[in-house]
Design a protein around this ligand. Structure first.
Ligand code: KIV
Ligand code: ZN
Length: 384
């Protein structure tokens, strides 16, 4: 059976760039936008044009450099926002306005000092207003994660009537458990009468470390787009990480879901974004962390040297990493020492290896890591 395509909507330049310290100049945004297009993302959210003249300009320039990727701009359900977003998008090959409003009781009461009926009307009016200004309208029901499902279904029905073709169901505060988020998507698919005229999008935040799990549960339950960022950067604890969802769908073929992403560019794209934004990627970050393919315990190293698949579920070259790393530490065994010695052109006999190993342990107990240079001195000193 053919695998269904999940659209990848990248919001590194909008939700990602909102993070303190991650602000980019337009020229840096263009470098990232072009790389995201090469990577194969379907939609790039380039900014929030009403928010500043710089963001407005960046969205225009992103539209000018991209060849085919849909360019999206954020707006609130406010006519001025929508007009400014449409004007920034006018040169896009395919333009999308991502507009919406808070739908949870907390947002309705505290942010808008309003009521559900008024919110429904505002949402409908905003989509109607934007509909003819761009190619497509995506509606976000902010704080959908904490919105009552019955009301959320009403909002979805109304905005589809007004012309929205993508419904974003954000877990804005990262509150949902995967099964709750999945049930929400399932509920909408079964209770919004005109749902066949739209697709559902997952937009999950990582406050409880569940953004990736929730997005995957969303697509398992019928959503067809995931909103994510490179390295999972984004407000507070971040957004769903693009590289994680892409590789989960790639590795778990039984889900019969796939993306258009060229995974071989994931590692270099992660580095590019990290450098331009000045945001270090944690070493143990899945897929793109510096330790994601590094092995340091003797048992694991021995297994990896015998067969990579004993301790790796992804071939590093599939995500653009040259090779798995065998790191020499006090937990390493003879197999790792022989392997690393061989890499620097020194083949040890069994006797030599025993001697080198004894010496190695004495030094490794006092050092975090033994480098090639350290190893070569140990070998020279022990086997002159
Ligand atoms: O997290 C969120 O709800 C958002 C919306 C603006 C889509 O980023
Ligand atoms: Zn968000």
């Amino acid at each position: 059976m053919q695998r269904k395509k999940i659209q990848i909507f990248d919001t590194t330049l909008r939700d990602g760039e909102q993070v303190p310290g991650c602000k980019l100049e337009t020229k840096e945004k263009l470098i990232i936008a072009e790389r995201l297009e090469d990577l194969g993302v379907d939609v790039i959210e380039a900014g929030f044009p009403i928010s500043s003249p710089g963001d407005f300009k960046s969205v225009i320039e992103v539209c000018n450099v991209l060849k085919e990727t849909t360019v999206c701009a954020l707006a609130r359900s406010v006519e001025k926002d929508i007009e400014v977003a449409a004007s920034a998008l006018k040169n896009a090959k395919n333009s999308r306005i991502h507009l919406g409003i808070g739908t949870s009781d907390s947002h309705i009461k505290h942010k808008f000092k309003s009521n559900r009926d008024e919110i429904l009307k505002r949402a409908y009016k905003a989509v109607k207003f934007g509909k003819n200004l761009v190619n497509e309208i995506e509606f976000y029901a902010e704080d959908a994660g904490r919105t009552d499902n019955e009301f959320l279904a009403k909002v979805c029905e109304k905005v589809i009537d007004a012309g929205a073709t993508i419904l974003n169901i954000p877990d804005t505060t990262g509150y949902c458990l995967p099964n709750q988020y999945g049930k929400k998507i399932n509920y909408l698919i079964n209770n919004v009468p005109n749902i066949d005229k739209a697709i559902i999008s997952c937009h999950c935040h990582n406050d409880l470390g569940l953004a990736t799990a929730n997005s995957i549960e969303g697509v398992i339950n019928g959503a067809r787009q995931i909103e994510c960022t490179i390295n999972g950067i984004g407000e507070r604890a971040g957004n769903t990480s693009l590289e994680e969802v892409v590789m989960i769908l790639k590795q778990h073929k039984e889900l019969k879901l796939d993306t258009n992403i060229n995974a071989k560019l994931l590692n270099s794209t992660s580095k590019l974004v990290s450098e331009l934004m000045g945001m270090v990627v944690q070493p143990n970050k899945a897929i793109v962390g510096s330790n994601a393919f590094a092995h340091s315990s003797g048992i694991h190293q021995d297994g990896i040297i015998k067969n990579r698949e004993t301790y790796e579920i992804i071939d590093p070259s599939d995500v653009g990493v040259d090779e798995s790393l065998i790191i020499l530490t006090a937990r390493s065994g003879r197999a790792a020492i022989a392997y690393r010695a061989n890499k620097i052109g020194l083949n040890l006999t069994k006797n030599q290896l025993d001697k080198v190993y004894d010496e190695f342990l004495k030094i490794a107990d006092h050092k975090k890591e033994i480098s090639d240079h350290d190893l070569s001195s140990i070998i020279n000193n022990t086997c002159p």
